[in-house]
Unconditional design. Structure first.
Length: 353
């Protein structure tokens, strides 16, 4: 079975994506062909498009790694034809020692759509079938396209919070509450933490205060020592010792990473969520002096996705205030708007418009 459609391919970095008519052949063994319902637009896509972050697969490449869709053909384990699915942003091999240990998001043979293989800026996507997440328990009136942000923005935030070990009564400080940080705020709050949101934009803080944050601090004009003083005051207010402090760096900027690392205190934990290609100078001896912990986090293990979906279906994590549907045919305009910081919500691209 061959399927025809449109893909928006990156053929040269720094140049607009090119709309191409394509034909997808029948899936091979262990593969599924998914009809795309929505694909989130991520800052990582912008980095690939501008050449600031290299892709693993040589160009041309179809970008997009936050996909929700419907299986139209399959030849392997996993969902059946007709089922709604999420395509994880990290597709593990399912066979190696990492996968066997539950560390599929660190699998050496992983495939990331829009990086290792063609992604979801298209009407269809061919992927490994086994890691696909079946969506069979959604509320009746749920608009499926909104789940286009789950494969990265929400699930990455979930894994970061889980990796930190945050629990009821702990303090979570989220550095940067736009995008992934907005979902980290909600998930940390749903885990019982007192959340302090930090950002350079007041409107982001106001939204975070409506969705999980107990307090918000605009840090644009504050010195790092002043921010640390505010964090310590927040800990004291809630009667929480610093070993129960969890810090989430979600900006993916040099300034955000320096600030987050500087907030480490005795016994505290930092989870690095955001990415920047910039070199950042840090004093690692702080880890020794504070007996502190720093974790990296990449994607989300496939087996954790049902818990992520449950948080959304139960209303503990809201999508509506943070997402917006947009035509995929205008993807180059959206990338320009993202580069100019004009986007107020996370876009989910509709391949049919």
């Amino acid at each position: 079975m061959a399927v025809e459609g449109i893909a928006y391919a990156l053929t040269e970095t720094g140049r607009p994506l090119v709309a191409e008519r394509r034909t997808w052949d029948s899936p091979g063994p262990g593969q599924a062909l998914v009809e795309v319902i929505g694909c989130g637009l991520c800052h990582t896509d912008l980095g690939y498009a501008r050449g600031e972050v290299p892709t693993h697969k040589p160009l041309p490449l179809v970008l997009g790694h936050e996909v929700v869709g419907r299986v139209v053909a399959t030849q392997g384990p996993g969902p059946e034809v007709g089922q709604l699915v999420l395509i994880p942003a990290v597709l593990p091999c399912g066979k190696c020692a990492f996968c066997a240990a539950g560390r599929g998001n660190a699998c050496p043979e992983q495939q990331m759509p829009g990086n290792d293989i063609d992604g979801g800026f298209a009407t269809h996507q061919l992927v490994r079938s086994a890691p696909l997440i079946v969506l069979d328990d959604l509320p009746a009136a749920f608009e499926v396209w909104k789940l286009g942000v789950v494969a990265d923005a929400v699930s990455t935030a979930f894994q970061a919070v889980r990796r930190s070990g945050v629990g009821k009564g702990d303090v979570a400080v989220v550095v940067g509450v736009g995008g992934v940080g907005g979902f980290a705020t909600q998930i940390a709050a749903a885990s019982g933490a007192h959340v302090l949101a930090l950002d350079v934009k007041r409107d982001r803080l106001d939204l975070a205060l409506e969705h999980g944050a107990a307090s918000g601090l605009e840090v644009r004009d504050l010195a790092p020592k002043a921010v640390k003083s505010e964090v310590r005051g927040f800990l004291k207010k809630h009667g929480v010792p610093s070993f129960r402090l969890r810090i989430f760096e979600c900006t993916g900027t040099r300034a955000g990473q320096v600030l987050a690392f500087g907030l480490l205190d005795r016994g505290a934990t930092l989870v690095q969520v955001g990415y920047t290609p910039d070199t950042v100078e840090l004093r690692l001896s702080n880890l020794m002096a504070f007996d502190a912990t720093v974790h990296g986090t990449w994607g989300c293990p496939v087996e954790a996705y049902p818990a992520v979906i449950d948080l959304i279906a139960s209303g503990k994590v809201a999508l509506d205030p943070f997402v917006e549907r947009a035509p995929m045919s205008r993807v180059n305009e959206h990338l320009e708007a993202m580069h100019a910081h004009r986007l107020e919500r996370r876009l989910v691209l509709d391949p049919l418009s």
